[in-house]
Design a protein around this ligand. Structure first.
Ligand code: ATP
Ligand code: MG
Ligand code: MG
Length: 351
């Protein structure tokens, strides 16, 4: 065992710390003031700003390794932590924090993103819609999540209904996809790579609603190519830990959406559904332990997010279904469009 520092205080950190505890490690969290639900399960928690260099140094001095559960940790904060403690390497954050950078990065490795154009002004926006066409989506280049910071352009005529928000953006053509999936992989210090099965992911209002296995054939057919791109991305980043790439399965093959240099919502099913969860394998990878099997244990799996006020009745699931695995994140306030928990249901064991 040892002490693991986690930057960010959300549910991903909470579940990471729970997995770490099982392996005999202690976690210390660090995040600015907020509903830091990871703090419930960390042995210590620094509620300090990202600009507080002294606090970051004090935090790091207590840790054997420092990782993150949130990809928008400012690079200036990460720079206040000794580089030899950081895992994965922060170059992954730098790439993934900017939608344009991550698209170019994956494109250079042979991946195919949706048609896109950087947008830095009203004029760029009009030009991008003209060139790429509509429907499409204007997204802030940085800091969006759960579909926030995105505006859909239904048709060229309706471009006026969307305003350039005055921050660097990217305009993307709308992909006509058959299914959505993510490649979740773990890479060790030795460069060993393992993939979990790819679920079919369904989003509602830009937010993940469900992830299910088995995925439709189109996902199974395209996952091999997507994994190759993910593997090359991880290698090019010298990545250690869990890395996620989101894809659209289309008639022309997999289209890259975005990457998350961390454990991913669509992988929460791995806690009960895989031999080793994404959280445990992330801890194993960053601590230099052998990776665990990523094999799927059941014929069918469904992960469903509990969003907003649905959380108020979530415990009813326990009475309705004695085999449902309920996870609640302990958030203080149930707000519309806020991820409050998830429930995983599994079918028969795999033979
Ligand atoms: P996350 O919480 O996954 O980080 P995000 O805010 O970064 O979300 P995206 O992944 O860019 O958002 O988009 C959210 C969802 O919106 C996608 O999973 C997909 O369903 C839809 N979407 C986004 N971009 C496109 C596109 N170019 N074509 C079609 N659908 C899209
Ligand atoms: Mg995202
Ligand atoms: Mg996404």
């Amino acid at each position: 065992g040892g002490t693991i520092g986690i930057l960010g205080g959300g549910q991903l950190g909470r579940m990471m710390a729970m997995a770490a505890a099982q392996l005999g490690y202690r976690c210390i969290g660090y995040a600015p003031e907020g509903d830091n639900v990871a703090s419930d399960v960390c042995v210590d928690f620094f509620t300090k700003g990202w600009g507080d260099k002294a606090a970051l140094a004090a935090f790091a001095s207590k840790c054997d390794v420092v990782t993150w559960e949130f990809e928008n940790v400012p690079l200036s904060a990460v720079a206040a932590i000794p580089e030899n403690l950081l895992c994965p390497h922060p170059r992954a954050l730098e790439t993934a924090q900017d939608r344009i950078k991550e698209k170019r990065f994956v494109e250079a490795l042979g991946g195919t993103p949706a048609p896109y154009a950087p947008v830095d002004s009203d004029r760029d926006f009009a030009g991008a819609v003209e060139r790429i066409g509509a429907p499409g989506i204007l997204k802030t280049a940085r800091e969006g999540y759960d579909g926030k910071g995105q505006w859909r352009v239904a048709s060229v005529r309706e471009t006026d209904s969307v305003r350039f928000p005055g921050r660097p953006c990217v305009y993307e053509g709308m992909v006509d996809f058959l299914a959505e999936f993510s490649v979740i992989m773990v890479r060790s210090h030795d460069g060993e790579v393992r993939f979990w099965d790819s679920t079919a992911n369904v989003h509602e209002g830009g937010m993940l609603a469900t992830s299910t296995l088995p995925a439709p054939d189109v996902v199974t057919e395209q996952v091999g190519k997507a994994r190759e791109i993910a593997r090359q991305t991880a290698e090019a980043l010298g990545y250690v830990g869990v890395l996620t790439l989101e894809f659209f399965a289309t008639a022309n093959g997999p289209v890259f959406n975005e990457m998350a240099p961390r454990v991913h919502n669509s992988g929460h099913w791995t806690i009960e559904g895989a031999a080793t969860s994404q959280f445990e394998n992330h801890i194993r990878a960053i601590c230099g332990l052998p990776l665990g099997s990523t094999a799927t244990r059941f014929e069918t799996i469904e992960l469903r997010n509990i969003v907003g006020l649905d959380a108020l009745t979530a415990y009813e699931i326990l009475a309705e279904d004695g085999e449902a695995h309920l996870h609640l994140y302990g958030k203080k306030e149930a707000r519309e469009g806020r991820k409050m928990g998830h429930v995983t249901r599994v079918g028969p064991a795999r033979g």
